[in-house]
Design a protein around this ligand. Structure first.
Ligand SMILES: Nc1ncnc2c1ncn2[C@@H]1O[C@H](COP(=O)(O)OP(=O)(O)OP(=O)(O)O)[C@@H](O)[C@H]1O
Length: 265
């Protein structure tokens, strides 16, 4: 049993069973993992292994059937401002400008503080949309709309940023740009991140640690640390893709995926 740590995300013996059409579907079984504060974790695994379900439980949108989840020592049992979620389908408000979209979360959440214009500007700049602050979502590309969603979520300074296949709908080039943009911002802001992905390259590029889940029911099969990246030149995708360790891990995870496919057949 994993001891919950007070610093970071701690998932301890978590299981989830859905009751559907009169029968029980066990989506996740006995998941225990730790994501230290300031790190990027990736939930990777075949379709249906429970990645989104686990992320939704960390967001507080679902409750575990067994086990506990804590963030920085506090129990997670409902959504909260300490966590911010970004979905794949750009969740910006079409009737609000970029600036107002980013400000929206602050406005509804501001208890005492007045709307902080500086924060809005800071995050619009961080995602490179300063020239589009007064534009509306329909005037933006998919990648730009996803930047708005990221800026809006980060403007609330969440302790943990949760992302469910955030770049899955983007073309490969934009996807690479968005991955670099995300890493640049979260390193600077020191935000912890948990990302759902089913893309091996993305998982190894983004993650400090990759949690590989197997399915039926979803179990934590392997935890892969990517310490090898610290010896590579920073922000150099080519060096990353050509490194021996990346190639080794990519092949290893590909085999894990294939094993899952065989098990399901
Ligand atoms: N609300 C629900 N009611 C019943 N079953 C559910 C519900 N949500 C998820 N499941 C089941 O739980 C399992 C895990 O689903 P989940 O969406 O978390 O997997 P995933 O790994 O994110 O899949 P994908 O990569 O395809 O998005 C699946 O068998 C799914 O059918």
């Amino acid at each position: 049993m994993t001891m919950p740590s007070s610093n970071g995300l701690s998932i301890s013996n978590v299981g989830k069973t859905f009751r559907s059409g009169g029968r029980d579907i066990q989506a996740l079984e006995n998941i225990s993992l730790e994501l230290p504060a300031g790190k990027v974790g990736v939930l990777l695994g075949p379709s249906g292994c429970g990645k989104s379900t686990l992320l939704r439980m960390v967001a507080g949108l679902e409750n575990p059937s067994e086990g506990t989840i804590t963030l920085n020592g506090r129990a997670v049992d409902q959504p909260g401002r300490d966590r911010g979620m970004v979905f794949q389908d750009y969740t910006s408000f079409p009737w609000l400008s970029v600036k107002d979209n980013v400000a929206y979360g602050l406005r509804i959440n501001s208890d005492r503080s007045a709307l902080n214009e500086g924060t809005v500007e800071h995050f619009i700049r961080a995602v490179g949309l300063e020239k589009f602050a007064d534009a509306y979502p329909h005037q933006l590309s998919g990648g730009m709309r996803q930047r708005v969603a990221i800026a809006r979520t980060l403007a609330n300074y969440p302790e943990l940023l949760l992302m469910d296949e955030p770049f899955g709908a983007l073309d490969p080039e934009t996807r690479w740009q968005m991955q670099d943009l995300l890493l640049g911002i979260v390193r600077k802001e020191r935000t912890s991140v948990m990302v759902v992905s089913h893309d091996i390259e993305e998982a190894l590029y983004l993650g400090d640690v990759v949690f590989f889940l197997s399915r039926h029911p979803g179990r934590l099969k392997e935890v892969i640390h990517t310490d090898f990246k610290s010896a590579l030149p920073p922000n150099d995708r080519e060096a990353f893709l050509q490194s021996e360790e990346y190639r080794r891990l990519e092949l290893h995870i590909r085999r894990l995926m294939q094993d899952e496919g065989r098990d399901a057949a």
